[in-house]
Design a protein around this ligand. Structure first.
Ligand code: ZN
Length: 539
């Protein structure tokens, strides 16, 4: 069987701002998916990075009194630090100031120009520098940018316009057609993929498409910090235009000769395995503010360049904090990396997966965060590990016993474990992170109840019940082994600690299904009870 490939991306983050909890959320969602797919046997490419061009950056650099490149180096590093602080798994960190990226962007532009998809005309209109986007009068709120609440500037310059209107019907068809047969797509590996998830986002874009698409300006004349338009040095490409192309250019990085004066051969790059393995089965994770660019505009750009459109765009919503909007003036920003240092990386990841804005806006409440640590993590998972290993030490010299005489609870635990892979696959392909955790916690909770039901401390007092006691200990330990193997995407640090305590740090499993089956080889393994997985916290 050919290797299964999975390509997941975060947006590349705009370096006008320091990382905040919104960035951490998209990044952790993507990392969880990347880790899960690796566990499930996929070869994964995980892309994140920074978006570094545009007028806004040039201005910010000027204000900081440094050259733009120096400015973006500095802020980009903060995003790398965030990735390190959150404990990201293997990923590629993209920067739009990389030379090869500009070469691909120019080739992409050239291809659309050759096909007559640009017109040059005067742009007259209102423009929000903070958004790097033009606004029609009707889309303003009280004459101000709906996002930044600032008055847009008047602009009048000759630009290249992309004929977005050419693609309106194609986009509608694409969205209406979510059940189409994807088997002929290149490397189609994502089952039941919908173009836009969740479905409410699909309806939102369909509604906009019904109104028709306006041609969109893709270049700026009065800006120099950007990718120059090939053959017209008076213009640079819009920052969002160059940024979107990173999702394909980053797959071509090893094949683009930056030193060559000849334009890269886009056709050859698209046919290369580096590209075909991961495209178009790409999964773009984004926040809701950039859905329009990542759907209608990005897809039209690709369609114009004869590159297949990516399969899935998953949009998450926004955080509020203790009931208030996140805002600089309120100073209520949540620093996920600081919280990870103070509590643990796993606690932050768990809270974001469990209670984050994956379907609708979510409210970050510190009390709830602490509560999750003390109940699910310490009280349920941590307690299951420590009480099971404590009993095993006492009754079985810390060695995993055989299956004993068996009982109904033991069978039930084994069945729940066996059913986990498909439940997890389904939840993860729908970006339903809380449902994935629910599936795992069904096993955690059943195992804790099993201890209460069977009362091993009583069984241990009666030598005639030795076989029954061994059944209980065997089942609990097998359950913990399964948990240690399925938790890496969700609680990577805790799962490492669990494996160490369970004596299976070096055990490798041949995929998710095998990980969720009881293991004959686990019998006789010596365990070592260690420190608490999640110490309780005060607040
Ligand atoms: Zn704005």
């Amino acid at each position: 069987m050919a290797a299964k490939h999975y390509y997941v991306t975060t947006p590349i983050y705009y370096v006008n701002d320091n990382p905040h909890v919104g960035h951490a959320t998209t990044t952790l969602y993507a990392d969880t998916l990347a880790r899960f797919k690796r566990l499930d046997g996929f070869t994964v490419r995980f892309l994140t990075g920074t978006d570094e061009h545009g007028q806004k950056i040039a201005k910010a650099a000027e204000q900081a009194g440094v050259a733009p490149k120096e400015f973006v180096d500095r802020v980009s590093q903060k995003f790398r630090d965030m990735c390190d602080g959150l404990g990201l798994s293997e990923h590629y960190f993209m920067r739009t100031t990389y030379g090869y990226h500009a070469r691909v962007v120019q080739a992409f532009f050239q291809r659309l120009r050759d096909k007559g998809l640009f017109v040059k005309r005067t742009y007259e209109g209102l423009y929000c520098v903070a958004c790097e986007q033009g606004y029609s009068l009707s889309s303003l709120v009280d004459g101000k940018c709906p996002i930044h609440k600032t008055e847009p500037v008047k602009m009048n310059e000759e630009n290249y316009f992309f004929k977005l209107s050419v693609f309106t019907d194609l986009m509608r068809q694409r969205l209406d057609d979510e059940t189409r047969d994807r088997s002929k797509d290149v490397a189609g590996t994502i089952p039941n993929a919908m173009s836009l998830q969740p479905a409410t986002k699909r309806n939102e874009i369909l509604g906009k498409l019904r109104e028709g698409l306006d041609d969109v300006s893709v270049t700026r004349k009065s800006v120099t910090w950007g990718v120059p338009v090939p053959g017209d040095e008076s213009q640079v490409l819009y920052v969002w235009y160059d940024a979107l192309i990173n999702y394909v250019s980053s797959l071509m990085k090893d094949r683009v000769d930056e030193t060559s004066t000849a334009a890269p051969d886009l056709d050859a790059l698209i046919k290369a395995d580096d590209f075909r393995n991961y495209w178009p089965t790409a999964v773009h994770l984004i926040g809701k503010e950039i859905l329009w660019h990542h759907s209608a505009i990005w897809w039209s750009m690709l369609a114009g360049a004869d590159i297949p459109m990516p399969h899935t765009v998953y949009t998450h919503n926004w955080w509020t904090v203790e009931g208030e909007k996140l805002s600089k003036t309120l100073g209520n920003a949540i620093d996920a990396v600081e919280l990870a240092k103070r509590y643990s990386r796993d606690a932050v990841r768990f809270y974001i997966l469990r209670d984050g804005p994956n379907r609708s806006d979510a409210d970050w409440r510190h009390e709830q965060f602490v509560n999750r640590i003390n109940t699910e993590l310490a009280g349920e998972l941590g307690n299951l590990l420590s009480r099971s290993l404590g009993m095993l030490e006492k009754y079985c010299a810390a060695v995993v016993p055989g299956a004993g005489s068996g009982n109904a609870g033991a069978k039930e635990l084994e069945q729940i474990a066996k059913g986990l892979p498909n439940k997890l696959r389904e939840a993860m392909d729908q970006f339903a992170f809380p449902q994935a955790l629910d599936a795992i916690w069904e096993l955690v909770r059943r195992a804790n109840r099993y201890v209460d039901e069977t009362q091993p401390f009583k069984l241990a007092k009666d030598p005639a019940k030795r076989a029954e006691l061994e059944t209980v200990m065997h089942s609990l330990l097998q359950t913990l082994r399964v948990l240690a193997h399925v938790l890496p995407p969700f609680l990577p640090d805790a799962s490492e600690k669990m494996k160490a305590q369970l004596g299976i740090a070096r055990e490798t499993v041949g995929g998710l299904d095998e990980a969720c089956c009881w293991s004959e080889a686990f019998r006789g393994v010596k365990t070592t009870k260690g420190e608490a997985l999640f110490p309780r916290v005060e607040g």
